[in-house]
Design a binder for this molecule. Structure first.
Ligand code: NAP
Length: 281
């Protein structure tokens, strides 16, 4: 039941109709018996800043997760930001304080590492170099999380080399940029390959990189999860590599967001199964 005390939170993106975040958060709210609701907002691209500024009045929305294409703008709109959000250059969480201040955080990176813990137990991000494919917002979050977790070298491969080079300039000397054409050499000796490109979004076979050049015990992760087993992950599995899927990352980044928004840890219900059902899988 919606009451006068119902806490409102949500997710902001454009488009947003596909988002699974409301499924996850509302299931946790119901199971925890919290008087709250989590909805989706899709402001016009030029309306995002006004949407955020409007929350400075206090007493309306508790906070929001932020997704494509607003993560960089979300960081810029905040008064204060966590170290991991600043390092990533992007925020996926804004909390609107009652005094009008706006706090930014980025839980994508912890979600990524928690997904590895869940689906590739024993993986140690500090044990060796990791290759990240892509140089957009998701890749930045991944590189920042890996560096904070002690990864000695992150090899960033991107279709547009200059964007990988910019990322390396921003994130420091442990980042080695290259183009996707350099994948075979860059995969030698890695402990993991993480696909953070949007290549799979158009459908089709996705990114064609020589995964066979990775060591046999390397873990292969795809942030894209529609379908759950992407062609990229299917190729990795066929090669006998352990894999981590993007849905697990989504679930794992949602947990710390829920805690920040509703002040309680999410209850132990199987939200992954609910998300799969919502995806029709
Ligand atoms: P973004 O900022 O728009 O970056 C897109 C990246 O993909 C760029 O590096 C771009 O390369 C590359 N790219 C796009 N199409 C490509 C193609 N056909 N071949 C090779 N590279 C291509 O997007 P983002 O926010 O980083 O998101 C990237 C992906 O991660 C999306 O699929 C998103 O759904 C997913 N994601 C998942 C989670 C999760 O929780 N599972 C969280 C965040 C993001 P150029 O620089 O050359 O254009």
């Amino acid at each position: 039941m919606i009451t006068a005390r119902t806490v409102v939170a949500g997710v902001v993106g454009q488009p947003i109709g596909h988002s699974l975040s409301p499924v996850l958060h509302n299931a946790w709210l119901a199971a925890a018996g919290i008087d709250g609701v989590y909805v989706a907002f899709a402001p016009r691209a030029e309306g995002f800043a006004a949407f955020v500024e409007g929350q400075r009045g206090g007493g309306a929305i508790r906070g929001v997760n932020v997704t494509v294409p607003f993560k960089e703008a979300a960081l810029a709109a905040a008064d204060e930001a966590s170290a991991r959000a600043r390092l990533a250059g992007a925020a996926n969480l804004l909390v609107f304080e009652t005094d009008g201040r706006i706090r930014a955080d980025n839980t994508d990176g912890v979600g990524l590492l928690a997904a590895f813990d869940e689906q590739a137990p024993g993986f140690d991000p500090a044990a060796g170099p990791v290759a990240v494919l892509g140089a957009g917002g998701a890749a930045r979050g991944a590189v920042a999380a890996l560096l904070l977790a002690g990864t000695p070298e992150v090899r960033v491969l991107n279709r547009t080399l200059s964007k990988a080079q910019d990322l390396a300039i921003d994130l420091g000397r442990k980042v080695a940029p290259s183009s996707l054409a350099g994948a075979r050499g860059a995969f030698a000796g890695v402990t993991a390959v993480i696909n953070a490109t949007a290549a799979g979004m158009a459908g089709g076979p996705g990114l064609d990189v020589p995964l066979e050049a990775t060591p046999r015990d390397a873990v292969v992760m795809d942030m894209f999860y529609k379908p759950l087993e992407t062609p990229f992950l299917a190729r990795a599995k066929a090669l006998g590599r352990r894999t981590v899927d993007g849905l697990e990352m989504l679930v794992q980044q949602a947990a710390p967001s829920f805690e920040a928004l509703f002040g309680a840890q999410p209850p132990g219900i199987d939200v992954r199964a609910l998300a799969l059902k919502a995806m029709g899988q």
